[in-house]
Structures are given as C-alpha cells and as structure tokens.
Ligand binder design. Structure first.
Ligand SMILES: [Zn+2]
Ligand SMILES: [Zn+2]
Ligand SMILES: [Zn+2]
Length: 162
C-alpha cells in the first residue's frame, strides 16, 4: 500500500503491472472472465491514482474505438466492482483501482481535492466504530468504503511554498 507522500513520485508502471497481474489471478480463482474490454477499462482506471468518471473513460475509449458506447463502460465497471477490483468513489461519482483486491477489507479513500490523487488505506477500526453506532441505533450499515476529502502531503507542501 502506498504512503501518501509516495503517491506523487513512484514507479507507477510497477503499480500497474502488479494490479493487472493480481486482477488476472483473481478472475482465474473466481472463474470469471476478464475480457479484453474489461481489462482495457481496468488499465485505464489504473493509468494513475486519480478517480476517473465513466464519461471520461468513454471519451478515452472512443479515441481507440469510435463505436464504444456508454453501456460498454457501465457493464465493464459493474463487472470490475462485483469482482472487487475497483472501488466506486461515491462523492465524485468516479472509480479508482483497489489496492488490495485479494483480501476482503474495509478501507478509507483519502482523496486529495487539489490533485485528485486517491490513496486507499485500511480502516477496520472506522468500520467497527460505524457498526457500533449502527447497532446502538438498530441500523445495519452497508458501506464497504469510506471517503475522506482533504489535501495530500505533496499538495500541502506546494501550498506552503506558494
Ligand atoms: Zn502508482
Ligand atoms: Zn480496496
Ligand atoms: Zn494532492
């Protein structure tokens, strides 16, 4: 898992290679098919650590295949979500690659409002606290991920030196 300070400058090609290899393994284990279009959308989402919206994905895909339709994107996104390979960032109506898809987990997405980089970190304790609040109020929480907006270390540094 990436440290926030590492998010700006790191070997992202390595991130992508690992994410793609893990996705193939997970799909093989679950006996689900990572078709070329699903894989392509997955690669596009993983092209950086910023959350990306369905229409941005469509725009990029249409440069490669002018016949690509919104339904193509939505079906692929549904597949990737169900397989646990990506997360939906509800507050941005966008998607980001999951950093630990091989394990079931509760995480918090640290979303930088300046550079849009999103860092997924483990948040079991937050989840437990939420469940406790739910229990006390006879409410069953369903949220698998939490979202926290703010500024990443690199953007904070830039703001200081401005
Ligand atoms: Zn990376
Ligand atoms: Zn995840
Ligand atoms: Zn930032």
């Amino acid at each position: 898992m990436l440290k926030p300070s590492l998010l700006q400058s790191h070997d992202h090609a390595h991130c992508m290679r690992e994410a793609i290899a893990t996705a193939h393994t997970i799909c093989q284990t679950k006996k689900i098919r990572l078709t070329p279009i699903r894989l392509r959308i997955f690669e596009l989402i993983w092209s950086n650590h910023k959350a990306v919206g369905a229409y941005d994905l469509l725009e990029i895909l249409q440069r490669e295949d002018p016949k690509a339709k919104p339904v193509t994107i939505y079906r692929a996104l549904d597949f990737l979500l169900a397989a646990g390979l990506i997360h939906k960032v509800a507050s941005l109506n966008a998607f980001v690659g999951c950093s630990t898809p091989e394990t079931s987990h509760h995480s918090v997405l640290l979303i930088c409002d300046t550079c849009q980089n999103t860092n997924e970190v483990e948040a079991q304790s937050i989840y437990e606290a939420i469940c406790e609040i739910g229990e006390k109020n006879a409410f069953q929480p369903q949220q698998p991920t939490f979202e926290l907006h703010g500024y990443c270390a690199a953007c904070c540094k830039k703001m200081e030196t401005r």
